[in-house]
Design a protein. Sequence first.
Length: 183
Amino acid sequence: MANVLVFNSVSLDGFFTDASGDMSWAHKNDPEWNDFTRGNAKGESTLLFGRKTYEMMAGFWPGPQAKQTFPEVADAMNRQAKVVFSKTLDKASWSNTRLLKNDLPGEVRKMKQQGTEIVILGSGTIVAQLTQEGLVDQYQVIVNPIVLGKGRTMFDGVTRKVNLKLTNERRFKNGNVLLTYEA
């Protein structure tokens, strides 16, 4: 059975978006961070998005700026299989994307049984729903050295206690810290 992995940046006060939904504070551009990002992009998995994150990603990664600035990451993002869960989206136009509208937990269970590793980027509503259902196997959380004061956590709506085990940590010169937790 395959794993579901969450990879998200959070502020020191625990928000993955600020009060207006912006995530630009999490974007870094330095050699060490760029090497890490390129290395992560080499994996083969199915990317899972909610509508908002999908539209943001689909609006950037296929474009010329992404291909010029982050060519290896853009190639991986455009090549990998993607699934977007949305009740309001009519079609998914980004390459290799499948649109699903119903039964998020059931569809993720099927994907796990098919042996497809699933990586969730952003998509707080998806993270919260799958956490509530006990379907997330690993959380990779990048803690950014910033306090936002207000925003949204990726666990809005989770009502059960979820115990996690810290399995890895990595510090970056830009102040970010990667914490890896197993469920």
